[in-house]
Design a protein around this ligand. Structure first.
Ligand code: ADP
Length: 459
């Protein structure tokens, strides 16, 4: 089976969030299961490919070829999608250019895919083009397309005046295809034109068909019927494993959890917090967006910081930077705020903290809770989307702390509950040991993706 996997970000080449983790790991897992997969992404600044040609560049990594579409005017910029002040104004040009170019390169390298697997709004136009511009093209006669939605809240919405940039006729600008309340909606186009849609957890697949979580697309999604499913994401244990992690202070595993404390103390020292194994250290690594629960978190921080230590690593919307900075100024001795993207610091947080905070308002899947488990860092989550599928509360025999009502009071109560558990050292040790055994590996998820590919090809 031949699969062209298209994504706007792929770890380790470019990353702003979980999409990159998935796009870096899933193709490799598919390859290990015998799928002939090639990955397509833009050639951004700072990517150093092994071979460069006029229109594209290539790097081979663990036997998978990664093709980077080249257009310096569009992709040689500091950000992937924009700056802190907002999205690049020419994102429609950038990603329609990319989407068309993928077809050209596939033909040039004579790669005739059975499946084109696209991800989120940035590559959604590929599903549209397959059934419009390339409808009569014999090269793609047997090609089907699949769209994975990593986050329904980002849809790629543009003013309708820009429609000609896409390069298809105005007849496709209608409420059943690319139009959404008089604007262009690329994700909607992807949903409608793809042969199958999946999202990144079973719970989120259900939620997005409701008004509350459907972001206006619930009816379009419901119409997919059997052609919509949820496949739980996974993590790459080659990257996320405290036993082999070179970015943390001291490596450890299930049987050497006492070394986790060394990480904690060295981290407290590095951050300028009080060094003590008994101080309850809470961590968070996250895009700072409304979705991630920054509103209830910032309301609860003044109370939490009186009792506990908190370290936050994140970048995102300016308003949240401002709110968090104000809190950081007030609580210098117990709060470490790091407004940046920093892979090393992220690893140190997963390794050094006692608990990981994920009070997400909604969460398609979430990877951080799975990473935390591996590092024996206990997740504290709002029970929504993928966090329902992956976190069972300790009271129900699970390995995390979850609250169902989205409010700062519930968040504070749940952190206090976790702390009461933490001070019972024996119980905490048992809990830490238990969660390191959880397995969210790509082997299982990749098999589900192959099943979905087969469904699209043969039923
Ligand atoms: P989302 O995709 O919604 O951003 P996920 O939980 O699915 O959230 O994935 C987030 C990924 O991005 C994790 O690997 C997390 O460690 C990483 N990440 C998020 N923010 C940062 C940051 N500021 N620095 C380093 N890594 C980050």
């Amino acid at each position: 089976m031949k699969v062209a996997f298209c994504s706007s970000e792929v770890f380790p080449f470019a990353k702003t969030g979980g999409l990159a983790d998935v796009s870096g790991a899933l193709p490799l897992a598919l390859k290990r299961k015998g799928v002939d997969v090639k990955v397509f992404m833009p050639l951004y600044k700072n990517i150093k490919p092994q071979k460069t040609f006029n229109e594209y560049a290539v790097t081979k990594y663990e036997d998978v070829e990664f093709f980077f579409i080249r257009e310096d005017n569009y992709f040689l910029r500091d950000g992937l999608y924009g700056t802190i002040s907002g999205d690049y104004p020419d994102n429609l040009e950038r990603f329609s250019f990319f989407s068309k170019k993928v077809f050209k390169i596939m033909k040039e390298i004579n790669f005739k895919p059975d499946i084109i697997h696209v991800n989120d709004w940035q590559t959604s136009l590929i599903c549209v083009y397959l059934k419009t511009l390339f409808k009569e093209d014999l090269f793609f006669k047997n090609t089907k397309s699949i769209l994975t939605i990593h986050n329904l809240a980002y849809q790629g919405i543009f003013e309708k005046e820009k429609f000609p940039i896409i390069g298809i006729g105005w007849e496709y600008f209608n409420m059943h295809q690319l139009e959404f309340y008089d604007k262009i909606n690329l994700l909607k186009g992807g949903i409608v034109f793809s042969d199958m849609v999946n999202t990144v957890s079973p719970e989120y697949a259900k939620q997005i068909q409701t008004k509350e979580f459907g972001c206006g697309l619930q009816d379009v999604l419901k119409e997919k019927g059997e052609r919509l499913c949820g496949i739980l994401n996974a993590i790459d244990y080659k990257i996320w494993n405290p036993a082999t992690d070179n970015l943390i202070y001291k490596k450890y595993s299930k049987n050497t959890l006492d070394r986790k404390v060394i990480n904690k103390k060295m981290f407290q020292k590095e951050l300028g917090l009080k060094v003590s194994k008994d101080c309850f250290l809470l961590g968070m690594v996250s895009r700072l967006a409304e979705q991630k629960g920054i509103d209830i978190l910032s309301l609860s921080l003044p109370s939490l910081l009186k009792k506990y230590q908190v370290v936050i690593l994140g970048v995102g919307e300016e308003e949240y930077h401002i709110i968090l900075k104000k809190i950081a100024n007030k609580f210098k001795s117990s709060f470490s705020l790091n407004l940046k993207f920093d892979e090393t610091l992220a690893h140190k947080i997963y390794a050094s903290c006692d608990c990981f905070l994920m009070p997400s308002k909604f969460e398609p899947c979430g990877l951080s809770q799975m990473i935390s488990y591996k590092y024996a860092t206990i997740p504290i989550v709002h029970h929504t989307g993928g966090l329902v599928d992956t976190v069972v509360d300790v009271e129900n025999g699970g390995g995390g702390f979850a609250f169902s009502v989205y409010s700062e009071q519930e968040l504070i109560k749940t952190v206090d509950r976790a702390y009461n558990f933490f001070i019972d050292k024996k119980r905490w040790q048992t809990l830490m040991k238990k969660v390191t055994d959880y397995n969210f590996s790509w082997e299982t998820a990749a098999s589900s993706y192959i099943q979905m590919y087969n469904k699209v090809l043969y039923t």
